[in-house]
Design a protein around this ligand. Structure first.
Ligand code: MTE
Ligand code: MO
Length: 153
C-alpha cells in the first residue's frame, strides 16, 4: 500500500538538472537487489535485503558539473546525503564512479520487501562493514565540486 504522504528527495548542488524525486520516480531507473550484513556499534549485526537504482545512475542523470571526458575533473566532487532526522554522511564521486572505486551503492526503495514511499529512500553501501552510512529517510543529496584542500606553495 502506498502511504498518503510521500517522502520527497531533493537533488541539489553542481547539477545541470536539479530535481525532486519520490520513491515512485526512483522506480523509473534500472532496479538492483542486494542482501547485506552490517555491524552497528549499539545493536550488533543487522541483515537486510534492499532494492533500488544505483546512486551513480540517479546522480549521472541529473548532470553533475564536471567534464565527463576528463576523468581527473571528477575527483573534486563530493556527495552529501542528509536524512529527515539530520543524520548525514559523505561519499566521494570517485567512490561510486565505474572508472574509479565503482562501489555498487544503491538508493534503496524497498527494505526486506517493504516499499519506502513514506519513509523515503535509504542509502545502501554493500562495501561498508559498519551500518552508519546506511542513511535511512534520505531527504537531500547535494553534489559539490568546490572542495579543495589548502596547500602551502
Ligand atoms: N536517518 C538515519 N539513518 C541511519 C541512522 C540514523 O541515526 N538516522 N543510523 C545509522 C546507523 S548507526 C546504523 S547501524 C543503521 C541501523 O540500521 P537498523 O536500524 O536497520 O539497525 O542505520 C544507519 N542509518
Ligand atoms: Mo550504528
Amino acid at each position: 500500500m502506498v502511504p498518503v504522504t510521500l517522502a520527497e528527495l531533493d537533488l541539489t548542488g553542481d547539477l545541470a538538472r536539479p530535481s525532486r524525486l519520490t520513491v515512485r520516480d526512483l522506480l523509473g531507473w534500472p532496479q538492483h537487489g542486494v542482501g547485506v550484513a552490517f555491524d552497528c556499534a549499539t545493536s550488533g549485526v543487522q541483515h537486510h535485503r534492499f532494492t533500488g537504482p544505483r546512486l551513480y545512475d540517479v546522480l549521472s542523470a541529473a548532470g553533475p558539473g564536471f567534464d565527463p571526458a576528463r576523468r581527473k575533473d571528477r575527483l573534486r566532487f563530493l556527495i552529501a546525503v542528509t536524512a529527515a532526522d539530520g543524520h548525514h554522511a559523505l561519499l566521494s564521486w570517485a567512490e561510486i564512479d565505474p572508472d574509479f572505486a565503482d562501489a555498487p551503492v544503491l538508493l534503496a526503495v524497498t527494505i526486506d520487501g517493504t516499499r519506502l514511499d513514506g519513509a523515503g529512500p535509504q542509502l545502501v553501501l554493500p562495501q561498508d562493514r559498519c551500518g552508519a552510512r546506511y542513511v535511512s529517510g534520505v531527504r537531500a543529496i547535494r553534489v559539490d565540486g568546490g572542495y579543495r584542500a589548502r596547500a602551502r606553495v
